[in-house]
Design a protein around this ligand. Structure first.
Ligand code: CUA
Length: 367
């Protein structure tokens, strides 16, 4: 009897919680209201089954409770009941799945006027690429990845020369213009997800996946990785800023192209800025700060505050002195030493010699 009452309370509590919950989806900012509709259909159907089944169990617990002199009846099968249950559950499951099939078919078929945005996932940061005036993305391959070519673009592919590269965790998009998002990964499975747009897609290494959406509200929205991709997964965040077309065009025109970056890399270094300042920007753009704080806060890796000059213990005994030589070797080959107290998971982020100088200078400045 107590269990029957508990079940009824559970059902009532769940329904009331759903109605009065403070946790709603963030306001919709794209064309995908159909995502909300399918989600609503799913909640209603599964909710209905949950209520009916729980109340039925509560009823049978009460109706067939133990009483003096009562006996259980043996009924091995009941074809009529089985047929009914099969029909009801089949209709329920079809109603759950069918709307999703329609929406998904639409979700991966972008309109012809859609602009292209490439999202590149890597442990544990995002990068973005636009195809440039020719409207075509240049070819890419993991074997082209280097410090000077973090996107891994094929230097011999002429379509890639005018590609616009956003080596940053934040990308901008114009308002009310459909975007075809193509996604690729440098390492493991990731998932690009912007809750406000109700859109997300898995990024499978070695494969290009895609979806499309139209941003309908200006604003800055957080993008997150929705597939567990290693110890830095919760820090794999980015931003999508949606703004008026004119503002977006100005911003896009200021971003470097692949050809422009290659020319700059080939040119002799200009009178350069302070290396520590350059290193600070690099630490952001290379994704170092996803795992290393600069204010002493604990994170996946050691904080950079006061790191330079420190003695670190090694797993299995011994110590190392964190000096310039050690930092250079370690950043180039993070698996070479196993530092005690930290998981040995740092990816080898490709950096040029100049970038390595700047990063070491920045860490040194934080001593
Ligand atoms: Cu990338 Cu989780």
């Amino acid at each position: 009897m107590a269990i029957a009452i508990a079940l009824v309370v559970l059902v009532l509590g769940s329904v009331l919680f759903h109605i009065f919950t403070p946790w709603w989806l963030p306001p919709l900012a794209s064309n995908w209201k159909t995502m909300d509709d399918t989600l609503f259909i799913t909640v209603v159907i599964t909710g209905l089954f949950f209520v009916v089944i729980s109340l039925f169990v509560a009823y049978t617990l009460w109706r067939f409770r133990h009483r003096e002199g009562s006996r259980a009846a043996y009924e091995p099968d009941n074809h009529r009941l089985e047929r009914r249950l099969i029909v009801i559950t089949s209709v329920g499951i079809a109603a759950l799945l069918a709307p999703g099939l329609w929406v998904y078919a639409d979700y991966v078929s972008p309109p012809s006027e859609a602009m292209t945005l490439e999202v590149l996932g890597q442990q544990w940061r995002w990068r973005f690429r636009f195809p440039g005036p020719d409207g075509q993305l240049g070819g890419s391959d993991a074997r082209f990845v280097s410090g000077a070519n973090p996107f891994g673009l094929d230097p011999s592919d002429t379509r890639g020369a005018d590609d616009i590269l956003v080596d940053d965790n934040e990308v901008r998009l114009p308002l009310n213009r459909p975007v075809n998002v193509v996604l690729r990964s440098h390492d493991v499975l990731h998932d690009f997800y912007v809750p406000h747009f109700r859109s997300r897609m898995n990024i499978v290494p070695g494969q290009v996946s895609s979806f499309w959406f139209t941003p309908t509200k200006a604003g800055r929205y957080e993008a997150l990785c929705a597939q567990l991709c290693g110890v830095g997964h919760p820090d794999m965040r980015g931003f999508v800023r949606v703004e008026e077309g004119a503002a977006f065009d100005t911003w896009l025109a200021a971003q470097p192209t692949f050809a422009g970056l290659r020319a700059a890399a080939a040119a002799p270094a200009a009178a350069s800025a302070d290396p520590a300042t350059v290193g600070r920007t690099l630490a952001q753009s290379k994704g170092c700060t996803a795992c290393h704080s600069v204010d002493g806060a604990p994170s996946v890796g050691p904080t950079w505050k006061g790191l330079f000059g420190k003695q670190e213990n090694l797993e299995g005994g011994g110590t190392v002195h964190v000096d310039e030589a050690f930092l250079r070797t370690f950043i180039r080959n993070p698996q070479s030493r196993d530092i005690k107290g930290f998981p040995n998971v740092m990816p080898a982020v490709p950096v040029t010699d100049a970038e390595l100088d700047a990063l070491v200078a920045y860490i040194q400045a934080l001593r």
